[in-house]
Design a protein around this ligand. Structure first.
Ligand code: PLP
Length: 254
C-alpha cells in the first residue's frame, strides 16, 4: 500500500478536502493516526481520551477484535452488494432488530448515515400519510444534507435558507427555551428570508415561539419573587406575580 509520512496528513487533508459544517479557512483538525479502546493518538504521539467516541459512533471502543474480525470476514466474502440484493447481514440484522423493537415495528431500512436515515424517514412518512408537513424542534440536529439540514433547528441552518427542503415547521419546546441560542431565534422569524420557509401561518409560528418564552419569564418571575422575600424578608418592593397570559389559540404543541 502506498503511504505518506505522518507529517503530510494534515497539510494534504487541508489542501485537497472539504470539511463539513465548517468555515473552510478556519478548520484545525487533529491529524489522527491510530486508536485503541477509549484512546486515540495524533501524529505527534499525543494521546487523547475519546469522550465523544469520535461522533458517538464507536461506543464499543476503538479496535474491538470482534468488530475487526467481522469486517475482515465480510470483506473477504462479499465486500459490496447492490441495494436490490438480499444478503446474509441484511437478513440477520433485520431479524435481530425485530427481536428488540416494540411489537408492530418489524421492518427496517438500512442507510449509510444519520442524514440519510432521516431523509428516508421523511420520505416514508410522507408517502404513507399523504401529508407533507414535518414538525421538528429548534433544539435539534438531523444532518448536513439538504433535507436533513432543513429539519435541523440550530442556527447553522440559516445561511442555507430558503433553498432547503420545503414543508418543515420548527417549534420551540418548553425546555429548549432555556437555551440562550433559542431565545435568539424569535427575532429571526421576522426576517423575510426565513419566514416563508418556516411557516405558512407566520402569526402561528410567532405564537409557538413566544409562548414558551412567556412561560419561562413567568416561571423566573415567580421564582425570584419567592426568593426575594425569603432572603430579604417581606416588605415593600416585593412584587406579586403578573397575571398569567391567555392560552394560545390553536397554536400550542404542548
Ligand atoms: C441526532 C443526529 N441525527 C443525525 C445526525 C447526522 O448523521 P450523519 O452525520 O451520519 O449524516 C447526527 C450526527 O451527528 C446526529 O447526532
Amino acid at each position: 500500500m502506498t503511504t505518506i509520512p505522518d507529517s503530510e496528513i494534515l497539510p494534504l487533508s487541508l489542501e485537497h478536502t472539504f470539511w463539513t459544517w465548517s468555515a473552510q479557512g478556519k478548520v484545525a483538525p487533529i491529524p489522527v493516526t491510530r486508536a485503541e479502546g477509549v484512546y486515540f493518538w495524533d501524529t505527534a504521539g499525543k494521546r487523547y481520551l475519546d469522550f465523544n467516541s469520535m461522533t458517538m459512533c464507536v461506543n464499543i471502543g476503538h479496535g474491538n477484535q470482534r468488530v475487526i474480525d467481522a469486517i475482515v470476514a465480510q470483506a473477504r466474502a462479499l465486500p459490496y452488494a447492490a441495494p436490490g440484493m438480499a444478503t446474509r447481514p441484511r437478513a440477520e440484522l433485520g431479524k435481530l432488530l425485530d427481536e428488540i423493537t416494540p411489537p408492530g415495528v418489524s421492518k427496517f431500512m438500512f442507510t449509510l448515515g444519520g442524514a440519510d436515515a432521516n431523509e428516508n424517514a421523511v420520505k416514508l412518512a410522507r408517502g404513507y400519510t399523504g401529508k407533507h408537513k414535518i414538525l421538528t424542534r429548534y433544539r435539534s440536529y438531523h444532518g448536513a444534507s439538504a433535507g436533513a439540514m432543513a429539519l435541523t433547528g440550530d442556527p447553522r441552518r440559516w445561511p442555507w435558507e430558503p433553498t432547503l427542503m420545503p414543508g418543515v415547521v420548527h417549534f420551540l419546546d418548553r425546555f429548549g427555551a432555556l437555551l440562550l441560542g433559542e431565545l435568539l431565534v424569535a427575532p429571526v422569524v421576522e426576517q423575510p428570508v426565513v419566514k416563508p420557509v418556516l411557516v405558512d401561518r407566520p402569526e402561528l409560528e410567532k405564537q409557538r415561539l413566544v409562548k414558551p418564552l412567556d412561560d419561562l419569564l413567568f416561571a423566573l418571575h415567580g421564582f425570584f419573587s419567592h426568593i426575594r422575600p425569603a432572603v430579604l424578608g417581606r416588605g415593600p418592593g416585593v412584587k406579586r406575580h403578573p397575571p398569567r397570559s391567555p392560552p394560545n389559540e390553536g397554536g400550542s404543541f404542548r
